[in-house]
Design a protein around this ligand. Structure first.
Ligand code: NAP
Length: 315
């Protein structure tokens, strides 16, 4: 890590909204790309950034759904992108680069969770491929467009506590477990930010990873009612359980990561509740960041593997 995993006392917290984070911040003239920016916390991220004056590009796997969700939004542009398809990633990046524009904020909010065993591309496990490899390839392909001062935000999860990156069986060929696969992908999201920050900081570009909180969104589309109860998302009667955030609150930490002057000069850290997270306690409580997610050696190893798998490396 380049900076300590310790709270800085931002003055914000779990109930801060994305709009509150942006109070007094004018993003006029800034360009943001928000993957998944048409659903859940991504949608609220798009709304908050656009309301603060940014031009927001939302690459969508389902264009019609994105157009419906973003109808009436000003300063928002929709394009097509399937993160599970590296050809689609390449095509989106080429279209964007051809537009000649620069990127100030990149927020990788798209993701899938606990999906049934699915293979994409050359047999890659879909959660790792979509949540990590797709974003890895996208950021590397877009690299020439990042402006000095830009930030890259990798939306991870407390789910990274489920497990590390399994370098000896990345694709779960020895047996699939949907939660271990989510954990691996979300750990990869953190390691990606750690190593990207190391590579990019000399160019004046910084990277962050984060847990947004627990928010009931379409992310749970692969879970049945009992699994939602078991995961603590809803109670037996289907009501959202205490401690859950609204989507506006869930978007706050990634918007803070992308824009807050409180993070100037920092990078390569994992955030929670609009602050830098503490290290995970040794008693196994699922809070803070696990050592294996911020280990710079593992971060470099994942970068090397990702470059080999995708054939893309901007550095
Ligand atoms: N909600 C939570 O409690 C929670 C907690 C921790 C972390 N997170 C993280 O927060 C992020 C956003 O989650 P959310 O709750 O906002 O979920 P969501 O409402 O399901 O939004 C996810 C977005 O990702 C897009 N997406 C999925 N697969 C894609 C692909 N192959 N290519 C392009 N886009 C794709 C989805 O598009 P389609 O709808 O078209 O598939 C959707 O727009 C995720 O990375 C998740 O892991 C969420």
């Amino acid at each position: 890590m380049t900076t300590a995993q310790h709270k800085i006392g931002s003055g914000f917290g779990a109930t801060t909204t994305a709009a509150e984070v942006l109070g007094g911040i004018d993003l006029t003239g800034k360009l943001a790309i928000v993957t998944g920016g048409y659903s859940g916390i991504g949608l609220e991220t798009t709304r908050a950034l656009a309301d603060a004056g940014a031009h927001v590009v939302v690459p969508a796997r389902r264009r019609a759904t994105a157009e419906e969700a973003l109808r009436g939004f000003e300063n928002v542009e929709i394009d097509e992108l399937d993160l599970g398809d590296l050809e689609s990633v390449r095509a989106f990046a080429e279209r964007f680069l051809a537009s000649g524009r620069g990127i100030d904020l990149f927020i990788g909010s798209a993701g899938i969770m606990a999906s049934p065993e699915t293979r994409v591309g050359p047999g890659w496990e879909a959660q790792f491929a979509t949540n990590h490899l797709g974003h890895y390839a996208l950021v590397n392909r877009l690299w020439p467009a990042f402006r000095t001062g830009a930030r890259v935000v990798s939306v991870s999860s407390r789910g990274h506590h489920y497990g590390p990156v399994r370098f000896d069986d990345l694709n779960f060929e020895r047996g699939y477990d949907k939660w271990l696969a989510y954990g691996q992908a979300k750990t990869a999201n953190v390691l990606f930010a750690v190593h990207l920050d190391k590579l990019a900081r000399d160019h004046g570009i910084r990277a962050f990873a984060l847990h947004p909180g627990r928010i009931l969104t379409d992310l749970v589309r692969h879970l049945d009612r009992q699994e939602l109860v078991d995961a603590g998302m809803v109670d037996e009667s289907g009501r959202v359980t205490g401690g859950a955030k609204t989507p506006e609150e869930g978007a706050a930490t990634q918007v803070w990561a992308a824009t807050s002057p409180q993070l100037d000069g920092l990078g390569g850290v994992y955030l929670e509740d609009c602050d830098i997270a503490e290290p995970a306690p040794v008693d196994g409580t699922r809070t803070g960041v696990k050592d294996y997610a911020i280990d710079p050696v593992l971060a470099e190893r994942l970068w090397t593997v990702s470059a080999e798998l995708t054939g893309v490396n901007a550095f």
